[in-house]
Design a protein around this ligand. Structure first.
Ligand SMILES: [Zn+2]
Ligand SMILES: [Zn+2]
Length: 175
């Protein structure tokens, strides 16, 4: 399985070719070490995100999401030329062809498993064991998106306030 994730320090995208064998990984750009969760891949099957151990993962077709739309639009553009040239048969053939190409692509292109929390991606055999992963769920995605926004706000606040953030046990009133 191939793991793709962005570095927590410099945000550069990294690839780990055989994630099932790797225990830790150093960022190719800044060298930041990242431990991988060894329990994430067991007997060749993906159990959770190797980066953050989240079990909420979704599945997506492994090609740019705009590509399908692009094919339909290009097909439509070409077909209008033939419509203008009064060749209706060619017009319909091209429309049909672009729709078929879309369909073939959809079924031929493999899936990629993506972590809701850290957006790491896992490709390859075993990344969707038993086909139990579902496509992106807006409600779950929104929950994790809000979490990421809060984490980013805390990070920025921590950077500007520095040492003055009270630790959680100091904030608890005594008595
Ligand atoms: Zn880095
Ligand atoms: Zn993750």
């Amino acid at each position: 399985m191939e793991l793709t994730f962005s570095c927590h320090r410099c945000q550069v995208v990294n690839h780990v070719p055989r994630a099932e064998q790797a225990r830790s990984f150093a960022c190719k750009s800044c060298g930041a070490e990242r431990d991988l969760h060894p329990e994430a891949i067991a007997s060749g099957e993906l159990r959770c995100c190797p980066i953050c151990a989240t079990t909420d993962l979704y599945i997506q077709k492994d090609f740019p999401q705009g590509l399908g739309l692009f094919i339909v639009i290009v097909g439509f553009a070409i077909s209008t030329v033939f419509w203008y040239l009064e060749r209706p048969i060619y017009t319909y053939l091209i429309l049909l062809g672009s729709a078929l190409l879309d369909l073939v692509l959809y079924y031929r292109v493999p899936d990629v498993a993506i972590c809701y929390r850290c957006l790491s991606q896992v490709r390859g055999e075993g990344s969707n064991p038993g086909m139990h992963l579902r496509p992106f769920d807006l409600a779950i995605g929104e929950r994790y998106r809000q979490e990421r926004i809060r984490a980013e706000e805390l990070r920025l606040a921590g950077r500007s306030v520095g040492e003055r953030i009270p630790s959680p046990d100091q904030a608890v009133p005594h008595g």
